[in-house]
Design a binder for this molecule. Structure first.
Ligand code: UD1
Length: 365
């Protein structure tokens, strides 16, 4: 009997997480995967271009919820997703990551008795000022099956009292996406279009409210970037939230520097081409901490904590602030930065393990 499986995607980092499992399920005779886009991200370069790069079909349904406050976004997703669930009642809903839509869809489905699985379960920053931490805790406390990317995830979930029988370590799905389109990433020519030489530039991404929503913090970061751009070229694809904040706080002049190339957010393949040829990343993204560990590229993360500690303990990631980051930049430039290794199961085969787990879950329960 074919099982209908909803794959929920909402915001930029979700698309790389559903793509490998969509392609895996699509060729299983027991599965009928449907992509549900909540519409949290809607710009072409924040959403559509990822579907194209990752060979995904148009979403089965786009709930079109758009931007808003946390409660507005969460509420709208719950209302629209609940209508769909009542109409169609899938056999399983899979949510990924930690965005508002992840939590909203989990609550709506669980309350209707629809089974839910969480991919990328168990990550914890232990910082409840992060909206994503709330989303992770609520989601993990409700779902029926939890797929973790690394062993720390299993430990966190068991510490919260979640039954070990519901938890399965499957590995990091983002690495599957990267390997799936690796040839295209390697053939892409964005770095030459931007006038850059391989391993001779840094890439910066910033979008966390803790870095961009406070004027003084953002100003300090902009000044640090401006100083760094005198030592090494920097490419800065600017997230829409960050762009708005730079304009609001009048910081355009602070980051206007010859060595700092400001561009719009990039599609996945171009962005990964930029990352894989970079000397280093300066970021506050979650996914980039993982991708750089896999690629062995230094990653300086402008955050006080991370929900992905294996990237610091085993990989190439270092947590920094605007003061300590400059010392680390010097270490990278002088070749004295640490090297890392890959965590277990970050191997491009997570979708196979996940697919087998979904089949067991749906047919043996
Ligand atoms: C969201 C996620 C965050 C994730 C990030 C990746 C939550 C709480 N946050 O943060 O975990 O790391 O996505 O990018 O779910 N905007 C556009 N075009 C778009 C989307 C957003 O212009 O396509 C602008 C809007 O002004 C919006 C702002 O960006 O208000 C922020 O978008 P939002 O989805 O609320 O949060 P992100 O900061 O993107």
């Amino acid at each position: 009997m074919t099982k209908t499986i909803y794959l929920v995607a909402a915001a930029r980092p979700n698309f790389m997480k559903i793509a490998p499992i969509y392609h895996h399920l699509k060729i299983q005779e027991w599965a009928s995967p449907h992509i549900i886009h909540t519409g949290q991200h809607y710009d072409i370069n924040m959403s559509d271009s990822f579907f194209r790069d990752l060979n995904l079909p148009e979403p089965y349904i786009n709930l079109g919820i758009g931007s808003g406050t946390h409660a507005e976004q969460t509420g709208r997703v719950m209302i629209e997703f609940e209508k769909l669930l009542i109409r169609e009642r899938p056999d399983l809903v899979i949510v990924v990551g930690d965005v508002n839509s992840t939590m909203a869809c989990t609550i709506a489905a669980t309350k209707l008795g629809v089974k839910v699985g969480h991919l990328e379960a168990g990550l914890r920053s232990f910082d409840r000022n992060m909206p994503e931490e709330i989303n992770r805790i609520v989601t993990d406390s409700l779902v029926d099956i939890l797929w973790t990317p690394s062993v720390d995830g299993n430990a966190n979930l068991q510490n919260e009292g979640i039954d070990a029988s519901k938890i399965e370590l499957v590995g990091n799905i983002m690495i599957d996406s990267l390997e799936m389109v690796r040839d295209k990433i390697d053939q892409e020519e964005i770095i030459y279009k931007l006038g850059l030489d391989r391993t001779d530039y840094a890439v910066v991404t910033l979008h966390r409210p803790s870095n961009v929503d406070n004027k003084e913090t953002l100003q300090n970061i902009c000044r640090m970037l401006s100083r760094t751009s005198k030592k090494m070229k920097i490419v800065f694809p600017i997230h829409p939230r960050t762009k708005k904040q730079i304009e609001k706080f009048n910081l355009q002049d602070t980051i206007n520097s010859n060595g700092l190339i400001q561009i719009d957010p990039l599609n996945y393949i171009s962005f990964m081409n930029l990352v894989s040829n970079a000397k280093m990343l300066i970021t506050d993204s979650g996914g980039i901490q993982e991708e750089t560990t896999y690629l062995g590229i230094p990653c300086l993360t402008l955050r006080e904590n991370t929900e992905r500690p294996v990237t610091v303990e085993q990989g190439t990631n270092t947590l920094c602030n605007t003061e300590t980051v400059e010392e680390q930049i010097t270490n990278v430039i002088s070749g004295q930065y640490k090297t890392g290794k890959n965590p277990e199961f970050w191997d491009g085969h997570t979708a196979d393990r996940l697919g087998a787990s979904i089949e067991r879950f749906l047919f043996n329960q």
